[in-house]
Write a protein that binds this ligand. Structure first.
Ligand code: 13P
Length: 294
């Protein structure tokens, strides 16, 4: 039944995309978020920090106005952070992974409902470390993203090419294939484009100290936004946040965040230190002010 629904949704999306591309179907009125995407900066702590270290981080972190801040700790630290954050604070929490089933004999896994219970609003799916170290396929990612949306969690869907793929000129073919397959079967567009976030994380930039240039990041994210528009329509897609990830730092964030399709960052190493992460938040806020002024 779920498969049938997914197939029907995919066919409907393809027909809508074709009609839109041919000009026969004009996109509907723009949602209110169009043109005013709130930047989002997410910390992916990966397998780092104890409860005490997480509390210290929160106590030291300085937020920046106008930037949505998301902390994605190891799942066991979600309730710790939820308790450590002062009531009414704007920080949102995210998980780094989820299982697509609602419950069952899946030793070591967490369901969407469990993550929501623990305080998560977002969940990272399809991170390249999950893909390469744990064998996750695009199909797994699509099931996780769909389960998250159904459960009211916002998926941050990661895509990105390997170095050999970039060097052989396959970047855009890889990105198109990953994006399309990772989003297959989602019940989008939803009324609120903020329910989906896509992160472009070139594998060669993750943890290497070698970030994509601003031009490379912009080119990839503009490409991904165009593909999203083919799938879900232009008006809705203009409200979707697209992030860059891969050796993002306070030093390179200003130039990257100034790009029109860079709506924020998914930060690994630099998110472990509250000062370094706070500086990325500040750089993102400043870049947004600059873009609005210019
Ligand atoms: P680094 O910022 O350490 O390169 O990691 C990026 C990343 O994988 C975020 O998900």
């Amino acid at each position: 039944m779920t498969d049938l629904r997914a197939r029907v949704e995919r066919v409907v999306r393809e027909v809508v995309a074709e009609l839109t591309a041919s000009g026969a179907l004009r996109p509907g009125p723009a949602p209110e978020t169009v043109g005013s995407r709130t930047p989002l900066v997410a910390a992916n702590w990966k397998m780092h920090k104890t409860a005490a270290e997480a509390r210290t981080f929160v106590a030291k972190l300085r937020l920046s106005d106008g930037v949505e801040t998301v902390l994605c700790p190891p799942a066991v630290l979600l309730p710790v952070l939820a308790a450590a954050l002062p009531p009414g604070n704007p920080v949102r929490l995210g998980a780094q992974n989820v299982h697509f089933e609602a419950q069952g004999a899946f030793t070591g896994e967490h369901s969407c409902a469990m993550l929501r219970d623990a305080g998560a609003t977002y969940v990272v799916v399809g991170h390249s470390e999950r893909r390469s170290l744990f064998g996750e396929t695009d199909h797994d990612v699509a099931r996780k993203a769909a389960a998250a949306l159904r459960a009211g969690l916002r998926p941050i869907v990661c895509v990105g090419e390997r170095l050999a793929e970039r060097e052989s000129g396959a970047t855009f073919r890889v990105l198109r294939a990953q994006l399309t397959a990772s989003l297959a079967g989602l019940g989008l567009p939803s009324p609120d484009p903020a329910t989906l976030v896509v992160a472009y994380e070139p594998v060669w930039a993750i943890g290497t100290g070698r970030n994509a240039t601003a031009a490379q990041a912009q080119e990839a994210l503009a490409f991904l936004r165009d593909r999203l528009a083919e799938l879900f329509g232009h008006a809705w897609t203009r409200g979707v946040r697209l992030l860059y990830g891969g050796s993002a730092t306070a030093k390179n964030a200003p130039e990257l965040a100034a790009q029109p399709d860079v709506d924020g960052f998914l930060v690994g190493g630099a998110s472990l230190d509250p000062a370094a992460f706070g500086a990325i938040l500040a750089a993102t806020a400043a870049a947004r002010r600059g873009r609005e002024a210019g």
